[in-house]
Design a protein around this ligand. Sequence first.
Ligand code: FAD
Length: 456
Amino acid sequence: APAIVWFREDLRLDDNPALAAAVATGRPLVAVYLRDEVSPGVRPLGGAARWWLHQSLTSLAESLAGHGVTLVLRTGPATTEIAQLVRETGAEAVFWNRRYGAAERAVDAELKTGLREDGVEVASFAAALLFEPWTITTGSGTPYSVFTPFWRACLASPPPRAPIDEPDEVTGWDRDVPTDLLADWDLEPTRPDWAAGLREAWQPGEASAHRLLDEFLTDKLAAYDDERDLPAQAATSGLSPHLRWGEISPHRIWAQTDLVRRGAGAREAAGASRFLTELGWREFCYHVLFAAPDLATVNWRRGFDAFPWPPLDEDALAAWQQGRTGIPLVDAGMRELWRTGAMHNRIRMVVASFLTKNLLIDWRKGEQWFWDTLVDADSAANAFNWQWVAGSGADAAPYFRIFNPELQAKKFDPHGEYIRQNVPEYGTDAYPAPIVDLAQTRKAALAAYDVVKRSA
Ligand code: FAD
């Protein structure tokens, strides 16, 4: 009887513990990806993520086919669909890698119980994070709410396991299993086709993730610590959407970076530590999400519930989304986002501060727009970082730290390169006047914040 490997947010063959365990059983494999938009609480994917998923599944299916395994595609609630696949194939074992959202965990737990009652072997594995969220706790056993001690505790715990190589002796199950057609899932845009810029900027899939890591470690690591904040330089790894879909594992990144660090000079070593610390922020986002599952909708600091958001200004929100606020660095970022599905980290902070503080628009509106437009839209990192900028989150920037986009531009884009790359009409009459006065809106934001301070 076959073993089922259920692929979810781990669309890779390298360092895939569930796959490795299934192969080790010696059973023929059935590989499945399930499109589940109906299980309670599961958040539907945004547009850019759907585009990415389409390419990534195409790539995974090709890699699996190279091993003689067909990737079966199914649609529906996981608890019934996976159980159905078990019945159809007579599978006696099911393997998957863990997810960390509350809704997903509930689905997985219910399915696990049901299958085990039917005598099916089920095993789940740690694959997406270097440190399982519940294993890192403060002295009093609670989750961390501040990054620096969290990361210190991670570094003091047993190091991440070594990555597992892609299995070579894989046997696919030789019977036909009914499958959806990927094209019928309509994950890609048709009319209008807004994905041209995404296709130009990205190549989803495992092979390209490994290529990016190699390039980063060879060419960019030494300058990373100095240049990672400069949006006009391609100084960062570009790995976030690949990590989002698990096309590359953090264990593989950790191991390769560590290897380079050992043999390198001081600048590379500084770059490596900084890069691993950024991966640490990703871990921290999941740590916080695990303890606060409603992170995308509920203020992490509940005192922030008293924040007096004014009625939503739809025009201002639209100007922000479309990159026509008349604030060059903000518009450059928002247009980069729309065109490529990504935005430089420094600029994400600037546009998020501008939305929540200068426009006084609730961070949830920004979180939702990013969710729909980012190729790396991630349930932990997106919600965490929005709350971090808004001041309502864990280890958040103090509210009164309101980014001044003009000063930020002077500091991080001193020659205006990034702005001109993204806002070609900048400096001509065609470019709009600012929709708000930065100094006045800053004052209004501080006054609004006083309400929270008083109620806290
Ligand atoms: P690198 O500099 O090469 O960093 C390596 C990896 O570290 C990244 O791929 C990412 O996995 C991780 N990382 C780096 N910075 C952060 C961070 N602040 N928080 C969490 N992980 C981090 N990142 C996402 O992956 N998904 C999101 O949905 C997301 N939304 C964000 C929203 C806002 C408002 C802000 C301010 C930041 C957001 N980030 C998000 C974090 C960060 O901007 C991106 O991870 C980064 O720009 C990705 O580029 P890179 O892979 O080249 O980064």
